[in-house]
Ligand binder design. Structure first.
Ligand SMILES: [Zn+2]
Ligand SMILES: [Zn+2]
Length: 381
């Protein structure tokens, strides 16, 4: 079949000759892919990788024992085409999206892997599969991903969508929206609360939508790049350009209702200045959430910025199945506006063109794009 394979740093290759994925367990399902989004993580694997893939090209994934040359792609929608004999919650023809983390709950599938059969980690025993000590991802080394015609995944990762309410292209954005949904939920967000989002890349924009889904009051988004800031405005956030300000901390704090800082802040940029801003722009007892993925670099912070006014600083990692289910019902119930989600799609390309018009387009024209979707079917109709 067709697919986009990972070969290592700056080396991703389209192929017509990817092996057909097969069910390896009676609880597996096969899915025909409709749309798959290209994620910032895919770009990191291209530019700075391997990150989630084994660092040694001859290395193996710690859960599946699979090596390189697997397909990328973990933000997707599709239709179930085959089910294993023990699958009970899905049938052929179901329209679905997939929660693509891997960890303790997946080790049963790989009897030859070194971590097969060992007991579940503390996080997984508590249902926090996103904090699993073995965390890995389909499409990022665990198993072959959805920048392909078909994928196979364990039933417990698959969540049905009602295709009459959520079309397939919107379905492919549920994964990044679930990242944002998890961040907002994890911060203890209450209806009517206010928030500051630092950065209006794909995840920052998804946080704006997830905040709306949680019934937020004032939402301010700070972003220096004009195109991205405008996109946040189109989605309904008040916008702020830190380049226009002599004291962006004071100016941002003043934009919160009451003028003394925000109840919640979300750092979706991941640079030292946004991390410290996320703390300094909080009001008393506020919660700062780091949602950005960082390299190994330290940040200077003053502990008294947290201690005075008893602020909370936390970080979030991907999502659980529950975040997918809640995101889907927020879309189905109109709490997140489908037309706003659609504004995040800035390109649709064929799988055959996914390196040139997908990966490289995002690398070279970062600000012009939010989300590029890839279809293995486009052009074949
Ligand atoms: Zn992603
Ligand atoms: Zn675990």
């Amino acid at each position: 079949m067709k697919g986009l394979l990972y070969y290592g740093n700056r080396d991703m290759r389209y192929s017509n000759n990817v092996p057909e994925p097969e069910l390896i367990d009676a609880r597996d399902v096969k899915i025909e892919v409709e749309w798959c989004g290209i994620c910032g993580s895919d770009l990191h694997e291209y530019l700075d990788g391997p990150i989630f893939f084994p660092h040694d090209p001859n290395g193996k994934n710690h859960v599946s024992d699979f090596g390189y040359h697997l397909c990328l792609g973990h933000e997707y929608s599709g239709t179930v085409t085959e089910i294993g004999s023990k699958v009970s919650t899905l049938k052929v023809g179901d329209t679905v999206v997939v929660e693509t983390t891997g960890g303790c709950n997946d080790r049963y599938r790989y009897p030859n892997a070194p971590n097969f059969g060992t007991k579940k980690c503390t996080a997984c025993r508590n249902g926090k599969t996103n904090a699993c000590k073995y965390l890995t991802f389909q499409g990022l080394g665990l198993s072959s991903g959805a920048l392909a015609e078909r994928v196979v995944v364990g039933e417990h990762h698959v969540v049905k969508i009602d295709n009459s309410k959520i079309p397939f292209d919107i379905g492919a954005l549920i994964e990044p929206l679930a990242v944002a949904w998890h961040a907002v939920s994890h911060s203890g967000f209450k209806k009517g609360s206010n928030a500051l989002v630092l950065g209006a890349g794909p995840i920052g924009l998804a946080v704006v939508l997830a905040l709306q889904g949680h019934g937020a009051g004032t939402i301010v988004c700070s972003e220096p790049a004009d195109i991205r800031r405008d996109q946040a405005g189109t989605l309904g956030a008040q916008t702020f350009n830190p380049m226009d300000s002599k004291d962006s901390i004071e100016d941002l704090r003043a934009m919160a209702p009451g003028g003394e800082g925000f109840e919640h802040t979300f750092d979706a940029s991941g640079v030292p200045s946004t991390f410290t801003s996320s703390i300094q722009c909080l009001g008393p007892h506020g919660v700062a959430v780091n949602i950005a993925i960082w390299g190994h670099k330290p940040v200077d912070i003053y502990p008294m910025d947290i201690t005075l006014q008893e602020k909370n600083v936390t970080g979030v990692m991907c999502y659980t199945r529950k975040d997918f289910e809640e995101t889907i019902s927020a879309i189905e119930n109109g709490l997140i506006d489908i037309e706003k989600i659609r504004k995040m799609i800035t390109g649709k390309v064929r799988l055959e063109d996914s390196v040139e018009k997908g990966i490289l387009e995002l690398v070279n024209n970062k600000e012009k794009n939010v989300k590029i979707l890839v279809s293995p079917k486009m052009g074949n109709v």
